[in-house]
Write a protein that binds this ligand. Structure first.
Ligand code: HPA
Length: 278
């Protein structure tokens, strides 16, 4: 695949998906590292392994099953990505965000995106869920914006607004669900770094000074492409570890996957509550 994704490639993949599913999905869900179990709740599911989909980026890391699950959840028709591909795994930015384009051409209106993240905010601890209120596109600021290259006019304009990456109404619905479930819901700004190395203590102090509350290696490119196409977004981070601003502890992928076990039930409650409210 060349660096730039074409509408023909997107529509070809849409056709393949359309031929394998029985519902027209309205909501897209991306389940991040260690957070894929929610897909098992989808009813009347059509399951499509990513390797059956032309042009689809294939995840290479543990904790990502790599399949699409399409069906019903809480009276909504959903398309769930059980696992995602990150930029650090090697694809181009266009390939990383290709699934969002496919969702948009399939008619999806709302994207719910989850990720595992390290806490920068001093009060946030592993097992917390953080509602994304904004993000810092650090990778984009240095030139790697997923919208770089020819603009696909059918989706959106050359210079899309990014004043509200995360939909305010969806944020409020999520707060309401947390409140009625008596669940603590953190809120804040997610900073995107490419990874795969975790941050140095000085990286983290820099991010903290810049207003980040959590840090991770995904989500922001997908959200930018979603917003380019006017898809409404709800973003949730599962805090898997405390980012270590003084260098006194070590961060591991095993820790990230372990925290997923505590986080899945919380994220499931929040996401299902929001789906019911739509
Ligand atoms: N840093 C970056 N990405 C992450 C982290 C982290 O501490 N935890 C989970 N994903």
């Amino acid at each position: 695949m060349s660096e730039w994704i074409t509408l023909e490639q997107i529509d070809h993949t849409c056709d393949v998906i359309a031929s394998k599913i029985h519902t027209k999905p309205r909501i897209g869900l991306i389940l991040g590292s260690g957070l894929g179990d929610l897909a098992d709740l989808v009813e009347n599911a059509d399951v499509i392994p990513y390797n059956e989909l032309p042009n689809w980026p294939l995840p290479t890391i543990q904790g990502h099953k790599g399949r699409l699950v399409v069906g019903g959840l809480d009276n909504q028709s959903v398309l769930v990505m059980q696992g995602r591909t990150h930029y650090y795994e090697g694809p181009t930015m266009g390939q990383v965000t290709f699934p969002i384009r496919v969702m948009q051409r399939l008619g999806i209106e709302i994207l719910i995106v989850t990720n595992a993240a390290g806490a920068i905010h001093p009060e946030y601890v592993p097992g917390d869920v953080m509602l994304l209120t904004d993000h810092i596109n650090l990778v984009g600021m240095t030139g790697l914006n997923p919208l770089r290259g020819p603009n696909l006019d059918v989706f959106g304009e050359r210079f899309p607004d990014m004043s509200q990456p995360y939909d305010r109404e969806l944020q409020q619905k999520c707060r309401d669900v947390a409140k009625s479930a008596d669940m603590t819901l953190r809120e804040g700004v997610y900073a995107w770094l490419s990874g795969p190395s975790f941050e140095s203590p000085a990286d983290l102090r820099f991010l903290r000074a810049g207003g980040a509350d959590a840090v991770g290696m995904s989500t922001v490119p997908e959200v930018i492409v979603a917003r380019h196409g006017k898809t409404r977004v709800l973003g949730l981070s599962g805090i898997s570890n405390k980012a270590n601003l003084d260098g006194s502890t070590v961060t591991t992928h095993a820790e990230v996957l372990e925290a997923g076990k505590i986080l899945v039930p919380k994220l499931t409650t929040l996401i299902r509550g929001v789906l019911r409210s739509l």
